[in-house]
Write a protein that binds this ligand. Sequence first.
Ligand code: PHE
Length: 453
Amino acid sequence: MKTESNNQRGFWGSRLGFILAASGSAIGLGNIWKFPYIVGENGGGAFVLIYLVCIFVIGTPIMLAEFTLGRKTHLNPVGAFASLKPKSAFISIGFMGVLAGFLILSFYGVVGGWTFAYVVKSITGSVLSFTTPKEAGIFFGDFIGNTGEALFYHALFMSVCIAIVLRGIHGGIERACDILMPTLVIFLFLLMIRSLTLDGAMEGVAFYLSPDFSKISANTVLIALGQAFFSLSLGMGCMITYGSYLSEKENLTSSTVYVVMFDTMIALLVGMVIFPAVFAMGLEPAEGPSLVFSVLPVVFTNMPMGHIVSVIFFTLLAIAAITSGISLLEVVVAYFIDQRGWERKKAVLIVGAAIFAFGIPSGLSFGAMADVKLADMTFFDHVDNLASNYLLPLGGMLTAVFVGWVWGTQNAHAEIEKHENKFKFPWAQCWEFLIRYITPVAVGIVFLAKVLP
Ligand code: PHE
């Protein structure tokens, strides 16, 4: 079953390619769609500070642990745990990860479809005729509630992910990210210049950078930690899978630092695009999840050069969604290639189609199936909630426990130091302490706070 030399697996062509792909996985709707609205709802700068602490104290150590597990075993999450502790219950961490990848992509693909649709709608200019967020919100609601249109774009998004992953690691995922990630950065800088040069932009900058600590509660800390996880693609073996295509020469610690910095920088810069623009137009930052789809169209309608700016913005959003979507698909595909011996082509087509099919009820949750609710939540809400609030934190905590206590930091250390890559004092000791004590306890608290009523 364990097929280290499986020729269907693949490899990264270069260190830069790997870093771009892993950053592409991390940088996604979480950074561009979710981060700005939760900052808006939770007191601006104060929330940003807490988020940064979570990223560095909890996210970074787990990412290094995941890369190390992947590079050590050259296997998917299930195979990785199975080969280090055969026949143990820890293998279920791997299964949970593969399941989480399947579930997250099933609804992520729906939102990915919305971003594709908004690229088209911004080109035709149909999202640029609104004077209030309410009007733009109605337009958005009509679109996502339209079964045919929503399904069409959902299918389109999944087809693009499938087409990229079919071409493998080096020729597909890495190639796509080599082009898409630099494009994303250039677009983001263009948008930032436009946004910061609007009249009244500085009010938004002030909101973003000056902390309002009165808005901070225990719940805010939990939200920040959950966001750190989702944003860094942690807790489901995505980084184990990407790490499994690395060669022994690669420096795991510096790769981790680059990916974390890149992801964090993009999230922070997106705030520098959105808040100045929202404030300059006299709109509300605390609009919730509709911030991007119903407040920004009004901003674009009113700003000079708004048409081209809107096309750039939604293209950026679509790019971010694709580079994350392919990483989610790859986790499930890698499982079938390594553990079941499937060919890549067969795995990608079957897994991709199954994820799309399972995602259909999520896609219909805003229209035809909006009234099909269990405990007041739609199908979409349930899948999102199960994966993001339960599987990811649980997976992250157990991964930390596994590396810290079961496989052992000694072994991890040896893997990290292969090929004269030194993991020096005090960083190594610091990481060891965080992964053994701080990470499991902190994530455990978040997890319990969510599970307990
Ligand atoms: N990190 C991605 C984002 O911010 C989402 C993601 C989560 C991707 C888990 C892969 C694994 O949108």
